[in-house]
Design a binder for this molecule. Structure first.
Ligand code: TPP
Length: 376
């Protein structure tokens, strides 16, 4: 394995010391090292991967230097547009180093949402004309690859990608952050909200641990999984899936269980929900101020006023709670409220060690959910 310190100092020798990106579990040791060793202006956790490419382009325009952009391969899609229409040599020709975590690498067991993206990770780079190397886990070889990456970027003035396999980076434990200690953990909040819903209510849950914890709640409550659509991939889009359902089934309450990282990733969606104003729409955001599912890297979720943003976007009501009593009071009032309604629950970071993963396939989940949609 290579150490994050080696990687970051090698890039620094090549003049690269600005990073923007969205965190990834395969890059969590690198992300933690960057958080501890770079200031906030040189390691920016972007709202989405396209935004990270934009930040990198701005940095280059202002400094003439080469930026690095990190992401999970799931984010390649978000980045394609600015890579093809901003940084590409056919347009503005802006140099950058991409560091891409390779979930779903063919031959390596991974979750279903990573399968397709894993297969197309390298072909996507090829079709975009972005040269790449799969980063070695040996420092001598990795050092040669970084020399070559810097040489190619210098020569072409365009993007070059390093694709990072599982277990390439050695462990690095984040030292310098004290997280807010809200009384509720995310799982307890999820269980409390799920238990308050009617059997006819549909839930669309977001990517990561929120869907896993909801799945486990249904298992333990013996409720089956038909009423939940678990959005295992497609980060940031659960709220619009829920909106599409809510508009077609106005007599059924539709809840989105969202994360702060996911809301931020495609925040414009709030305005679409707010302007269409479905009365049966409940948006619950479990806000831990972090990308908890991929290593707990900070988001700006706790630095912004989500209820104010929802109201300004056209939601009929929005409120924030952080204690069990406040949550129970808010949940008790919901049946009498007209949506769209946003309930922000401020929760602690962290999850149970033995948290499982959905045991049903995505297709089973879809079929069960569509069957539930036909019932009253
Ligand atoms: C487009 C995209 N980028 C990155 C990821 C990797 N990823 C999966 S879950 C997650 C964090 C989600 O954070 P949040 O919505 O705040 O929920 P939390 O995990 O904190 O409960 C990330 C970054 C992804 N799945 N898709």
């Amino acid at each position: 394995m290579i150490t994050p310190a080696f990687f970051v100092s090698s890039l620094k020798r090549h003049g690269i010391d600005f990073y923007a990106g969205v965190p990834d579990s395969l890059l969590k040791n690198l992300c933690a090292y960057l958080a501890d060793h770079l200031d906030a202006a040189h390691n920016i956790i972007a709202a989405n991967e396209g935004g990270a490419v934009g930040l990198a382009a701005g940095y280059h325009l202002a400094t003439g230097r080469i930026p690095a952009v990190y992401m999970q391969n799931s984010g390649e899609g978000n980045a394609v547009n600015p890579l093809a229409s901003l940084t590409d040599g056919d347009v503005y020709r802006i140099p950058l180093l991409l560091v891409i975590g390779w979930r779903g690498e063919p031959g390596i067991k991974d979750e279903p949402q990573h399968k397709k993206q894993g297969k197309i990770t390298l072909p996507l780079l090829e079709v975009m004309g972005i040269p790449y190397a799969v980063l070695s886990d040996r420092e001598d070889e990795a050092a040669r690859q970084l020399d070559e990456a810097a040489r190619r970027i210098g020569e072409t003035g365009e993007a070059y990608a390093l694709v990072v396999r599982k277990d390439t980076f050695d462990t690095y434990k984040l030292a310098g952050r004290t997280d807010p200690q809200f009384p509720l953990g995310r799982e307890e909040a999820i269980r409390t909200v799920a238990a308050s819903l009617d059997a006819a209510d549909a839930v669309v849950s977001t990517t990561g641990m929120i869907s896993r914890e909801l799945f486990e709640y249904r298992e333990s409550a013996g409720q089956g999984h038909g009423r939940d659509f678990l959005t295992v991939g497609s980060m940031g889009h659960a709220s619009q899936i829920a909106l599409g359902i809510a508009l077609e089934q106005p007599d059924r309450r539709v809840c989105c269980f969202d994360g702060d990282g996911a809301v931020l990733m495609h925040m414009g969606s709030l305005a679409i929900t707010g302007s269409l104003k479905p009365r049966n729409y409940l948006h619950v955001v479990f806000n831990n101020g972090a990308h908890d599912s991929v290593g707990g890297q900070p988001t700006v979720g706790l630095a912004i006023d989500l209820p104010a943003i929802a109201i300004a976007s056209g939601y009929r009501k929005a409120l924030a709670v952080s204690t069990k009593e406040e949550l129970e009071k808010a949940l008790a009032a919901i049946p009498d409220e007209e949506g769209p309604l946003l309930l922000e629950i401020k929760v602690r970071k962290g999850n149970r060690k033995e948290l499982g993963r959905p045991t049903t396939t995505p297709i089973d989940n879809k079929l069960g959910f569509m069957d539930f949609m036909q019932r009253k």
